[in-house]
Design a protein around this ligand. Sequence first.
Ligand code: ATP
Ligand code: MG
Length: 682
Amino acid sequence: AIPDGIDVQQESEMPDAPTGADSTPQDHPESGQVEHEEQAVYPPPSEFVQHAVARPSLYEEANRDRLAFWRSRASVLSWKTPFTQTLDWSDPPFAKWFADGTLNACYNCVDRHVEAGHGEQVALLAEYEDGGDARYTYAQLQDEVSRMANVLGDMGVRTGDRVAIYLPMIPEAVIAMLACARIGAPHSVVFGGFSADALRSRIEDAEATAVITADGQYRRGKAMPLKPAVDEALSKGAESIQKVLVVRRTGAEVEWTEGRDVWWHEARESASTEHEPVWVQAEHPLFILYTSGTTGKPKGIVHTTGGYLTQAAYTHRAVFDLKPSSDVYWCTADVGWVTGHTYVVYGPLANRATQVIYEGTPDTPHQGRWWEVVEKYKVSLFYSSPTAIRTAMKWGEEIPGRFDLTSLRLLGSVGESINPEAWRWYHRVIGGGRCPIVDTWWQTETGAIMISPLPGVTSAKPGSAQTPLPGIIADVLNDAGEPVANGDAGYLVLTEPWPSMLRGIWGDEQRFKDTYWSRFPGRYFAGDGAKKDEDGDIWLLGRVDDVMNVSGHRLSTTEIESSLVAHDWVAEAAVVGASDETTGQAVVAFVILREEAIEQVEAAGGAEKAAEELRQHVGREIGPIAKPKKVLVVTELPKTRSGKIMRRLLRDVAENRQVGDTQTLADSSVMDLIQQGFSGSR
Ligand code: ATP
Ligand code: MG
């Protein structure tokens, strides 16, 4: 039997007496109280510090011996064959971690908890859009993943085959990913909102042999078809696909290809709940996942098993302060994104969390839906994105105010920089002024969180991701590849390999080297700009591709956007540099107003007056050079399906070009509206 390694091991590795807020070098003795709005630093409440998973000694341990530190994190997993090597970096940029060990990711996420006596603990609290719900204990999850693994085996899926997963956010999506992991078949999850074409190109790129899908899905109260997109993708190509496993969700009529299509609910009936996991080498690929496509064509990122799972489990436990026996955790990301892989499936389940998964959108049937879910399940740890927070800000704080959110004790953010104003709103309105916020920087490529405050240790600075996690080495470099001094800006790089790092781009070794390792040889360049403040804390400044150059001054998108969001009228902002004859580039801003402010803006003279006021505001806050040449009030911004602002499309508009690749754009009508508004305002 496998001991319950999580509580025992990690807690005994962090034995120090807690360092209270009182002993952190901040002058805010009243930590934990509702702070003053403009407070610069938020020390962790002392109550939180006393029980925190993370201890300052974690940094010391990692600094003493980084590889020993990672070995110790890896030993929290259950290995079939223990590893003896930690890192093989003899052929950079191709890293191997724990390479001679064998394990199974599904076993680590499910079976071992059941074997340790936690079979009755709830793993998944599934909330459907229409208010229906379902729960799965770890024992039930073990039965389901075993059944599906057996069905996939019967369909001919073998270890090493790629399986595409095209499902809504329902428990079967989690089960499908784990079932693939159980047989060592790398999955490629394609977001259920993507088109048949997007699905086809991803299937073709990975040469997947099977697809797992559903008849349909619920979106905004309506049953929408899903399987027809699979049929279309397969009729136009995707010839590697042999079998399609179909989950019944909406009960809609679907076309059926005999011999190819299999109903999950039928196959499940006769499938055994016994299944021996396939023990794979640590470097066996666990999944392929395409990046969000914010800056261009998505890249098929490859992650492997042992290192990925090690960092997923460690970061989930330490950054979210997970107490497996008492917390209810909810990450709002779809499994179609890396956040849904690492912080819905692999991290939380490896750590034996009890978590909510929610099928629908935040505003169906009403704009308080998420907060209703928090109240219903007494969610204690909540992980979401700046775009969601800014949307909630736009709708107004009386909406979350209708729900009991006192169960929350920690909040997280990922995907973009969180503007300080949005951070304070999140802290005050959602967190009741008492919850630490973790602003987590990472990427599909990094596999897991890399830069983030540690709750209970770090005093948080709104808008800054702050510190590389223990075990991670990051830096900010100048053009010449030298570290910048505190106070200066440059390029964010990772200077040492980390366990959950991407092992490559699927089928394109050269693109892997060119994209990440050529700008600063030997170091991983993330594509993001960053600044080190006077304390050495890291502030993300936006994509280097988006940095603007106005009369020789380099301006950060994030800083100007945050200044706009800091204005009472503005909920959301996107700025781009548009080529300009006199200044090289000129700042063009697109803003969404808060609903609460619309009347005020009308009273102040409408959109044009508002634009002038906002220009002056940025001039005052940052300096005249940053003043947008143009401010356009819009009702929506172009975003990826994962919620990130696609500035490259706005730049196309601002420079009167044909709008570029919109395959990953959430709502294509948005661009038409913005274009009309832009040409109308000229
Ligand atoms: P593509 O690589 O296809 O252009 P993408 O970079 O948006 O798409 P992801 O891997 O989903 O794809 O996103 C990673 C990026 O998200 C980071 O490089 C960074 O720009 C941004 N990001 C994530 N978290 C944060 C954060 N906490 N603060 C600032 N930026 C963040
Ligand atoms: Mg990227």
